[in-house]
Design a protein around this ligand. Sequence first.
Ligand code: GDD
Ligand code: MG
Length: 356
Amino acid sequence: MSWIERASALLKAVILAGGEGTRLRPLTYWTPKSMVPVLNRPFLEHTIAYLKNYKVKSIILALSHHPEVIQNYFGDGSNWGVQLNYAIEDNPLGTAGAVKNAERYLDSTFVVLNGDIFTDLNIADMLSFHRGKGAKVTIALTWVDDPCAFGVVETDSDGRVKRFTEKPSPTQVTTNWINAGIYLLEPEVLKHVPANTHYMFERGLFPLLLELGEPVYGYPFSGYWLDMGTPEQYLRLNCDLLLSKAKSALVSGLTKDEVCCDEDVIIHPSAEIVGPAVIGSKCRIDQKAHIKGPVVIGPDCHIGDSAVLEVAVLWEGVKIGAGVSLKQCIIGTNTKIEADDQASNGVVTFTHKRVA
Ligand code: GDD
Ligand code: MG
């Protein structure tokens, strides 16, 4: 192990897993955004496996929305080979406020991750950059086509951040490098964050540190990066993983056209399934159903006679009637779709239907 790998092994991590995920509603009414299933496993499980790959094993989950769902699932983290601590907010404290709320656990350089980011960024390399620059904050930067939904970060030729503009209007966009939602921080910067108060990194702490002349650096990287916080990006992440465009530390990629079934799946011999597809336990797929990947089917789903699924993610307990046709869809837990219905490019749940 190199010195920097040893150093990254000592990092603690804070995952900001408290947001309500308003852009993923109605899927996230009853579940925190970070628990949405990706390849049939909670998103957060992929993030924890990613951190563990970098030997980061002391992880603090900063939670506000339905914290019990996450605590009941992960407990103390020992089943995942990590040590989990929880910092729970009575009311959402914002991104920086949530980390301030976890301050008791943080006594040396630590990494913060937005809880909806999927990436293969090299944390050890970012730490080496952070140390080399003598930074108090290093912000990972990724390049996107349209930065307006993100925080734009301008740096000088040495990588020092000059300006941070959250959710710029098109005329304010001066660069396509955006805040990737992954930071290395020195604990001392938390003295600028008010306790028990809603306070953001993006509109509060980062601009303040720039004003104070503190060393804040941007670390550009070019690997895989995606914010899964919208239906389109959530669907894309599942597809990218199935197509091996992205790699999860939790599950190995499928080979081309592979169909991967959990236990007790019943598939009628006349059903046709073209991978890549992941099919959860106890699913039943009836005669002449046609499934064309990338597709993820959660546990306990039923696909009726001659139904057609193409590029779709079905959560647990979904019932698809005979002759239904679904394309580019996300179907929420326990949703029942009546026979011969059709949906494309949308999110369908049992309480809401939003089909574009
Ligand atoms: N614990 C806690 N408490 N977590 C929170 C809170 C809170 O009050 N508010 C937001 N979060 C979590 C969200 O769950 C999410 O994981 C993360 O903080 C970022 O919030 P989003 O609501 O997803 O923000 P965004 O995607 O619009 O913008 C952020 O991420 C972009 C990258 O995807 C900003 O950091 C942008 O600057 C950045 O470019
Ligand atoms: Mg986000």
